[in-house]
Design a protein around this ligand. Structure first.
Ligand SMILES: [Zn+2]
Length: 100
């Protein structure tokens, strides 16, 4: 629910529409901003404001709050896969071959 900035009455949007950002973000997701036009039934004030932000990527539509949690999981996976211990063992075996 959105509150009237003049009197604080909770107002439902009369009309909603979407604004699509021209450039995707760092994760290749397209940002869609949901806008709404409101008219307060109490004081008659009318205004427009952002209702929510949605990011659309390979995984489908994701709300901004949920997307932040998914980003943390991706970073954890990268750390697990980039362990350098296996590469160090391979290099030591190569040096032994040269010495022989
Ligand atoms: Zn009002």
């Amino acid at each position: 629910m959105v509150k009237c900035p003049k009197c604080g009455t909770e107002v439902q949007p009369q009309k909603t529409w979407q604004l699509v950002a021209p450039l995707p973000d760092a994760d290749g997701r397209v940002t869609i901003i949901v806008m709404g036009s409101f008219r307060c039934p109490n004081c008659g004030y009318s205004w427009r404001q952002k209702i929510s932000t949605i990011k659309v990527g390979p995984e489908g539509e994701v709300e901004v709050g949920k997307a932040a949690k998914k980003k943390r999981k991706k970073k954890e996976k990268k750390k697990e896969s980039s362990g350098g211990k296996v590469i160090e063992i391979d290099l030591s075996e190569l040096y032994r071959d040269e010495e022989l």
